[in-house]
Structure formats: C-alpha cells, structure tokens
Design a protein around this ligand. Sequence first.
Ligand code: NAP
Length: 335
Amino acid sequence: MLDHNRKIVIKDFGEPATAATLEIGTITEPSKGQILVRTSFAPVNPADINILEGRYGNLPVLPATIGTEGSGRIIATGSDVPDLDEGDHVFYLSRSDCWQDYVTCTRDQIIKLPDELPTDSSCMLKINPATAWLLLNQEDSTNPKAWIVQNAANSGVGRAVIAIAREMNLQTINLVRRGELIQPLLEAGGNIVVMDNDEGKKTALDAIGEDPVALALNAVGGESALRIMSMLSKGGTHITYGAMGKRPLKVPNSLIILKNLQLRGLWLTQWLEGAEYREIEAVYSNLCNLMLAGTLQQPVDAIFPPEDISNAIARSSENKRSGKVLLDFRTEFNK
Ligand SMILES: NC(=O)c1ccc[n+]([C@@H]2O[C@H](COP(=O)([O-])OP(=O)(O)OC[C@H]3O[C@@H](n4cnc5c(N)ncnc54)[C@H](OP(=O)(O)O)[C@@H]3O)[C@@H](O)[C@H]2O)c1
C-alpha cells in the first residue's frame, strides 16, 4: 500500500478553479496484469474545464478523481506484463483520473512512449495530436490541391493540424482571433493565417484563387463556424469538434443545400472506445515520430504543482496563452 497519493478531485460541479480540490489518498500495489505508474506531467485541457463545470459528454459519478490526460513512468508491474519494464515512459490512454501521483493501469490503458521524448510536452500526446490526426484522415481531406480551413488555429489541436497537414502535403487556411498570432502561426507552418472576421475570409479566398476548400474544422461555433462553412467549395465537409465560443451552430438551409455540404462531428473518445488497440498504437507511433522529428510541437505555457490546482485552472482559462498549462506531479509531496 502506498500512501501520499495526491489527487485532484471534484465533489460538486461548478466554478472550475474552486470545484477542483487536492486530496491525499492511498493506492494499492499492482496485482497480476496490472502496472503502477508514477505520473510526471498532466495538462489542463478544455475537456477538464468542461467536466468541472458539469458540461461534458461523459461526466463522472461524484466524488471523482479527474484529469483526461497525463504521462509518467512505470514504477512496478504485476506478473503477466512481459513487454513493459520499470522506468518505461508511458501515457494514460483510457483513464479519466490522470490527475494523481499514482495510477494503477491494465496493459491496454497505457501506451509506451519513446524515451527520447521530453516528459513535459509528451504528456499532451493523447488528445490534441490524435484529434488533429483523425480530423485530417477523413476520406475527403486527401486531395492535395484542396485547402483545409480551420478556426481557433492557435489551439493545441489547431497547431497539430498545421503540423500534420504539412506532413501530408495539405495546405491550411488558419483563422485566429488575435492579430499577434498571425506571424507565429505562419512560422509554425500555416500556409495562410488571417483574422477570424469577414475581411480575413476575403483575404484568404483571394489568395487561393480557384483552388477548392474541401474541409472546414470548427472548434468555436457561432459566427466563426458559419464563416469557415461558407468558405467551403461544393461538396465540402464541415466537422465540428469543439465549442470554445459557447455559441450554437445555426446554419442557413441554403448554405447546405446549394453546396451539398456534409456536416459532421468528431469526438476522440468515441474513436478510442471503438478502435482496436493495435490501430490506436499505430496512430500514436506515427505521432511520436512526428514529435521526435520536431515536426509536431506541443508548447507549454506554464507549469504548476498539484497543490496549486486553483491557479493552474485559472491560468488555463485565460485568453493570451500559446501552449498548455501543465500540472507537475514530480514535485515532492508537501505535508
Ligand atoms: N472532439 C474532440 O475529440 C476534441 C479533442 C480535443 C479538443 N477538443 C476541443 O477542441 C477545442 C480546442 O482544444 P485545445 O485543447 O486545442 O484548446 P487550447 O489549446 O486550450 O486552446 C484554446 C483555443 O480556443 C480559442 N478560444 C478560446 N475562447 C474562444 C472564444 N470565445 N472564441 C473563439 N476562440 C476561442 C483560443 O484562442 P486564442 O489562441 O486566441 O487564445 C485557443 O486557440 C476545445 O473546444 C476542445 O474541447 C475536442
């Protein structure tokens, strides 16, 4: 039995910065087929904020330990886990209680990471890069002449879309809500970066001329979602995967009818639940290679110890970030 397991728990949904609290618990040694992981880093994602607010697709039964993503090192394995060793660097695949010092997993709940990957940024591999990969690996997004347009282009997913699209020889139009992001996103590989307004839309469409826009990736909703939808060419696909603007998607009938647009959604959780472990492992192996090559980068904005969960969540909700807020569980337990 290990004591001093720091864990971030939620007892009641509410204001995120106060709904999450730190508790100290115990954890049992791994038994047959189990693996005990010591968490290193865990990011604060919009999904964590939504869960704390009580506004997410699958909410935990309260009280619950939370945290949709994290990585760490194996500190013990039970019998029957032949391919993993103490010290291996892994991330939690199908756990939603990652914000704690120790997690007891089964083999299919973790993915092994290459040792060369940095422990901080690789804790963000599970959600955003895989979402970007899925968004770009739709049947209709593989025409190299067709453009992809996305809003919230500075988000973790948005930056991963830029990186993975470049690797696939696909061209991106990127909409941002802050002018100071235009140059950094061009430097990150975005082909066109414009403001998320009607002038930005015109600038982008003028720049691409007659080329088609096949895919629109929406993480905002409201007017921004409609703007990127209206940039699509005939038969284009609009995928909603986020709702950062908290505004519903209200679509004029004519927009869909006249261009025969396809409107879809995408939720990584559903893919993780439905895909074979081998398929999932293969996708993450590709993403690890992109990270190792430096093609895929996952910037960090700020790092907090778990004791400072309230400030970590407050910072993650601020606007002027370019990177994720991480919780650093390598810090010593502070009695
Ligand atoms: N469907 C899925 O499976 C899936 C998977 C991963 C993520 N997501 C969703 O994708 C979205 C992005 O996630 P992330 O982790 O990549 O985000 P992130 O790195 O935390 O960045 C948040 C982004 O949202 C933008 N933003 C925040 N409030 C906004 C508003 N009111 N209007 C317009 N833009 C706003 C920010 O703009 P600035 O850069 O200007 O601050 C930033 O680019 C979230 O909605 C998340 O829930 C969904």
